[in-house]
Each structure stands twice: as structure tokens, then as C-alpha cells.
Design a protein. Structure first.
Length: 492
């Protein structure tokens, strides 16, 4: 089948651009007459004034109109909460893997389109092509800040969650060494269920001799105990990093309580909120943290964009992810990825607007999926399945179902259903090669929780999203139930 079978998507985006292009041309022509331009060319001072005035008009007029369309304006009707996305693949394969990545939401794609087809300028330039891009970055930064409840200048755009996590650790280590010198080795306290972006970075830095670290365990529900984190703190601890919610089980960690303890001891606190955004509130003052990681492709934006919240006044020890130009207020060099930044900004605007409605839809879909599987495979005493994660529903993300099924080899099941059902046996970022090979594996998160082996090897991570429908749940549950029954029958 040709990869370019459905060109109408691109055509649709181009059609949406037409009125915006016309508005831009009309406004520019209306604000700068031919005679004014000729006069400016004869007079250098006048030329500078004319260019400045023209850019100001474009910024106030065209870009204001553009930003209205990108971040909150009315336009084309798009698929909303609980409405299916169009495309052949959604018709033939049920998607229950939203914790791995989300599709780019239609509104996000529309917001990005002008910066793919028309607005290509370097934001650091001083001409008319740069102004829309520069202002789009500012608007996106404001949307991210609004979602987080922080100041615009506390948001630094990054390339992904891994970069944000890595830099939070690097900056804390650099600040500690700057303050205490080379005589003391900084320590980072984290948990055994963190994303590899944290754990693998800690391992590498420890191997280089840059730090020591301690990973605190979790209980059988996948929750870290505040007192265990406190016990791990000492006078050389420079950073506590605990994810807000686990990407496999959905377990919501006591970040605010841990942050309070860290603050008492003058220790920086970072949380990875990649899985939390769009499902539970992520407000920095409520969490009490110094740094927060967010990731675009977990909330309907494209891959390759993320952000790091850095509380104003936080000492980073002069550290930067990259050195070079003065982008991101001098904190991170490199020409800004305007297209993806716009996408992240639009996604955050949607998340903030739908916070009272979308999580309810997620929970309804997740609960229906759980009910169907438990009723079909739980058995008379319910021992046929095991829900991995907190028993208290308020401590579990509303979209995540981590369920162990006795007699099932999860990796084999997902291989058999790969063309019909998208789900995970564990976290996609953790063991992609092993999962693709169909080996019977147990994730490090389930190991940390001491999940019994007969449930662990049959564990599926099923995650729903904004565009999950009732029919997705019905079909996905049916496929899994039938596969489990086939495996159990074959084992007899």
C-alpha cells in the first residue's frame, strides 16, 4: 500500500491557510503605501522608522489575528473529546496505547500548519518573516505557563522529556559543585520506578564520578513512601526527582509532600509530569517543586518537543543543555523549533481548557475496559486477573489500566494482535527490542512492586485517550478476551 494514499490531509491544511495568507497580504498592503516606502529609501532615519512601524503593525495586527486562530480562536470543527479520528489505520487497528504516545490532535495540526507552509523565518531575525515566528513562540510559552500556573519566563522549551530530565539533574549537580567545590560529591535521590531518562542518566553520571544516587523502592501498589525518601536525604543531596505519575501503572506519587520535605532541607525538587498532563492538574505551586518536565507527544503535540519549568530564582550553577546563541533567554542555545513549539502551545491550551471534562471521559473509558476484562477473565473468585497499581482510584491516573491476566503471555498476545490492537506489555520506552521479539519479560516497575510472576508475565498496559470511543473499548476488550481464552485453552 502506498504511503501517500491519502493526500487530502495535506490539501486540507493548505486550504485552511488560504484566508490567513490573504489577511496577511491585505494588512501589509494597507499599512505601508508605495509612497511611504520610496520616502524611506531616500531617508535612512525615515527608513528605520518605517520598517519599525511596519513590523509593529504586523505584530499587533496580523500576528494578533494569527495567535487568535492558533490559541483559542474559532475555526474549523475538529474531532473533540470522545470523537474518533479519521484515517484507515484507526478503522483497522484499535489504539489503546496513549501512554506511549498520542496522535497529533486535529486542532494542534491546524495551529502548526501556517508554520509549515508559510511562516518560516528565524525568530532571532529582525524582519517581517521573523515576527510571526517570534510572536508564536511567545504565545506558545504563555499557553504552557498557563497550564502550569507559572510565569512565562519560567518555561524553557526543550527537544523532549529526556532532555528536560537530564538537564534538571545536570543543573542541580552543577549548582551543588559550584557552591561546595570539588571536595564533596553531590547525591541525587530518586525512585526505582522512574523513567529511563532519569535512571540511566544517573547511572552514567555515577560511572563518570559526577554524583552518587539512591533509588527508593515502592510498595505493592507502586507508591513511594514519603518517609523512605526522607531517610535517603543527607547533607550532600542536591536533588530529589520523583515522577508525578508512573507511566506503567498510573500510580500518582506524593510529590507535594516530598517537595515540602526537600524544601525544609534546602534541596531542589524535580518531577517528571510527562504522563500527568491532560489527566490530572499539573500546577507548580500546588506541587511545590522547583522543576517540572512536560512532553508534547503525550498530550496531542508532535514528538520532538518538550519543556522544563524552572522556578524563578533557582540556582542552575550556570549549566545549560547546549551552549551557543542566546535563545530561550540565554538558557538554551539553538534556533527554536517554531513548528513544534506552536504545537505544544496549542496542546497545552487544549489541556487547560478541557481539564474539567477530558479526565472524566478518560475514566469512563478506562473503567469500562477494566470491567469487561475482569468480568470475562476474572473467574468466580476474581483471581484470574490482577489490577497492578493503587487500590484507591484517586491515586491512579484516570486513563491507565495495568492488568495482569493469569495464563497469558502478554508479549506473545500483543505480537499476535499487532495489526488489530495497539497496546503495551510494559512501557514502550523501556524494552522495545525485547517486546518486539515477543520474549516473556517483566518490567522493572512490576519487579519493584513484587508482582507475582504468573500475573507479571501476563500484564498489559492499556491506556485510553482523548479520542478513544466506546467502540474502541468494545473491540479492544473483545480482542484481548478472545486471545486470553485461546492461550488458556492451548495450555490445557
Amino acid at each position: 500500500m502506498s504511503l501517500f494514499r491519502k493526500p487530502p490531509v495535506g490539501q486540507c491544511l493548505i486550504r485552511r491557510l488560504t484566508p490567513m495568507r490573504a489577511d496577511s497580504v491585505t494588512t501589509a498592503r494597507a499599512t505601508t503605501s508605495v509612497s511611504a516606502t520610496r520616502a524611506a529609501l531616500r531617508n535612512p532615519d525615515r527608513r528605520r522608522q518605517t520598517v519599525s512601524s511596519r513590523n509593529a503593525v504586523i505584530t499587533r495586527g496580523v500576528v494578533k489575528n494569527l495567535m487568535g486562530k492558533l490559541f483559542g480562536g474559532k475555526g474549523t470543527k475538529h474531532a473533540g473529546i470522545g470523537e474518533p479520528l479519521s484515517g484507515d489505520i484507526f478503522e483497522r487497528c484499535t489504539y489503546l496505547d496513549y501512554n506511549a504516545t498520542t496522535p497529533v490532535w486535529p486542532e494542534v495540526a491546524s495551529a502548526m500548519a501556517p508554520f509549515l507552509f508559510e511562516h518560516f523565518g528565524n525568530p532571532s531575525s529582525g524582519h517581517a518573516f521573523a515576527a510571526p515566528c517570534r510572536d508564536a513562540i511567545s504565545a506558545a510559552r504563555h499557553s504552557v505557563a498557563t497550564m502550569l500556573g507559572c510565569g512565562d519566563d519560567e518555561v524553557m522549551f526543550t527537544s523532549c522529556g529526556s532532555e528536560s530530565d537530564n538537564f534538571a539533574i545536570d543543573a542541580a549537580v552543577r549548582a551543588f559543585r559550584k557552591k561546595h567545590g570539588a571536595g564533596r560529591t553531590p547525591k541525587v535521590v530518586s525512585t526505582a520506578i522512574e523513567h529511563p531518562a532519569v535512571i540511566e542518566h544517573l547511572k552514567a553520571m555515577a560511572d563518570f564520578g559526577d554524583l552518587t544516587y539512591e533509588l527508593v523502592g515502592v510498595d505493592s501498589e507502586g507508591l513511594v513512601r514519603v518517609e523512605d525518601v526522607v531517610k535517603a536525604m543527607d547533607e550532600d543531596t542536591c536533588l530529589i526527582t520523583v515522577m508525578q505519575a508512573n507511566n506503567e501503572t498510573g500510580a500518582i506519587q506524593p510529590v507535594a509532600a516530598i517537595a515540602s520535605e526537600a524544601k525544609k532541607r534546602g534541596i531542589l525538587m524535580h518531577t517528571d509530569s510527562a504522563q500527568s498532563c491532560g489527566k490530572i492538574p499539573v500546577k507548580v505551586d500546588q506541587l511545590g517543586v522547583d522543576m517540572v518536565t512536560i512532553v508534547g507527544h503525550k498530550i496531542g503535540a508532535p514528538k520532538g518537543i518538550g519543556a522544563l519549568y524552572i522556578r524563578d530564582g533557582t540556582d542552575l550553577g550556570g549549566a545549560k543543555p547546549f551552549y551557543g546563541g542566546g535563545q530561550e533567554s540565554g538558557r538554551r542555545a539553538g534556533t527554536e523549533n517554531v513548528l513544534h513549539i506552536v504545537g505544544l502551545g496549542k496542546a497545552c491550551e487544549i489541556v487547560e481548557r478541557e481539564m474539567d471534562t477530558c479526565p472524566k471521559h478518560l475514566k469512563e473509558m478506562r473503567d469500562d475496559l477494566q470491567r469487561r476484562i475482569v468480568e470475562a477473565l476474572g473467574g468466580a473468585d476474581g483471581s484470574g486477573v490482577r489490577i497492578n497499581g493503587p487500590n484507591d482510584e484517586s491515586l491512579r491516573l484516570p486513563n491507565t489500566l495495568n492488568i495482569g491476566i493469569k495464563g497469558l503471555l502478554a508479549s506473545i498476545t500483543l505480537m499476535e494482535l499487532a495489526e488489530l490492537l495497539a497496546a503495551s506489555a510494559g512501557a514502550a520506552c523501556h524494552t522495545p527490542d525485547v517486546a518486539a521479539a515477543g520474549a516473556a519479560t517483566v518490567s522493572s516497575v512490576l519487579e519493584a512492586m513484587d508482582v507475582p510472576m504468573d500475573y507479571a508475565i501476563g500484564t498489559l498496559r492499556l491506556s485510553v485517550g482523548r479520542h478513544t470511543t466506546k467502540s474502541d473499548i468494545e473491540r479492544g476488550a473483545m480482542l484481548l478476551i478472545e486471545a486470553a481464552k485461546r492461550q488458556n485453552a492451548g495450555a490445557l
